[in-house]
Write a protein of this length. Structure first.
Length: 359
């Protein structure tokens, strides 16, 4: 099976976007100054230069803390001597362990000319290697062509920004991020507006995601390699747009789920009533949605004054291939759920977890 679009190695792309005066760029400039770069040097840099430099920096205290919590084999490691690149490579190796192929799977992928990298990417759509292999060549060819066309489109957008044709930052632009602790995939694409590519913000986002995971499942141990399968702003090939919220995964169908936000249980969205659990907090004026629930055991109108109440069980109802909880946040008292068929995030960043988890 051959595809008509060149297979571009996205890890070798140098991001040519200039450093502007938006919030993310200003934070990047601040980090560069903290690491000894002069204003004159920074003025000549683009985002790719920052990514290459930051990979060589020592891990931040926040990333070290999260790394030791997620990966028990690092508990006694002196991570202050590790660079971000070393940690990125460690996460990549851990993720590859998750994607071990059987001999028969490897043989069939080879026969169908599907690389391991492509196979891992396709699991975001078909959930497992077996799920991929059930698809016809024509279906997989279309998905892979869409994948590489997406990469090409982002390269074109970068060039248009560099030439001044598009504004910097382009709200539709995605950028590749090397790793995210606790995330199932390495080298994924994130909307640039989410700022996951900024070293400082990635550490904060990793920490708050781990905090929310532990509260959601009331989990006190060490999670096994990954506990998220989609993050806020990652590109969803199946939906052709940015992913809203975070997809958490632990256990299977029937695993107990606990509230991670206080407030009043409100009526769910009618079209998702079977699996949509929603809480409205008048204090923050935000609505917190939990999707794909297998069961809900707290009635509409109930006030949850603290986190940690068992509100139901995890499932795979609705648009879900495997058991997980999709967590999404919106402004106001609403049952709104954002569509993922565009590159505009309609929901609020779920990384503002310190608001309702008391960090």
């Amino acid at each position: 099976m051959s595809i008509s679009i060149p297979k571009i190695d996205a890890t070798k792309i140098h991001t040519t976007i200039p450093l502007g005066n938006d919030e993310s760029s200003l934070k990047i400039k601040e980090e560069l100054k903290d690491h000894g770069c002069s204003d004159k040097e920074i003025a000549k840099m683009d985002l790719g230069d920052y990514q290459e430099l930051s990979a060589s920096w020592a891990m931040s205290a926040t990333r070290i803390e999260v790394a030791k919590e997620i990966y028990p084999e690092l508990a006694n490691e002196n991570l202050t001597k590790w660079t971000n690149r070393q940690y990125d490579n460690f996460i990549k190796e851990k993720n590859l362990e998750t994607f071990a192929q059987t001999q028969s799977q490897a043989e069939e992928f080879k026969a169908r000319d599907i690389t391991l990298d492509d196979a891992i990417w396709l699991t975001k759509i078909y959930y497992s290697f077996d799920g991929i292999l059930k698809q016809s060549d024509s279906v997989l060819k279309k998905q892979l062509e869409d994948r590489y066309q997406f990469i090409i489109d982002n390269i074109i957008k970068q060039a248009e920004i560099q030439m001044g044709i598009k504004a910097n930052p382009d709200p539709d632009l995605y950028i590749q991020v090397a790793s995210f602790a606790g995330y199932k995939y390495s080298n994924d694409w994130f909307l640039i507006s989410v700022s996951t590519h900024v070293d400082y913000w990635r550490g904060i986002q990793e920490q708050r995601t781990l905090t929310a995971f532990r509260a959601l499942y009331q989990y006190t141990g060490t999670p096994s390699s990954y506990f998220t399968t989609n993050l806020y702003g990652t590109y969803s090939q199946s939906q052709h747009g940015a992913h809203e919220g975070i997809d958490f995964v632990y256990g299977g169908i029937g695993t107990d789920i606990f509230n991670i936000a206080t407030g009043v249980v409100r009526a769910p969205k009618p079209s998702h009533a079977e699996h949509h659990f929603c809480i409205y907090d008048s204090g923050t004026n935000k609505s917190y949605s939990y999707l794909h629930m297998n069961s809900k055991i707290v009635s509409v109108g109930t006030t949850l004054s603290s986190v940690g109440t068992n509100v139901g069980t995890q499932g795979n109802k609705g648009n879900a291939d495997g058991a997980h909880v999709h967590f999404e946040v919106h402004s106001g008292n609403t049952d709104t759920l954002s569509l993922e068929s565009d590159n505009v995030l309609g929901s609020i960043s779920p990384y503002q977890m310190q608001v309702f988890l008391g960090e």
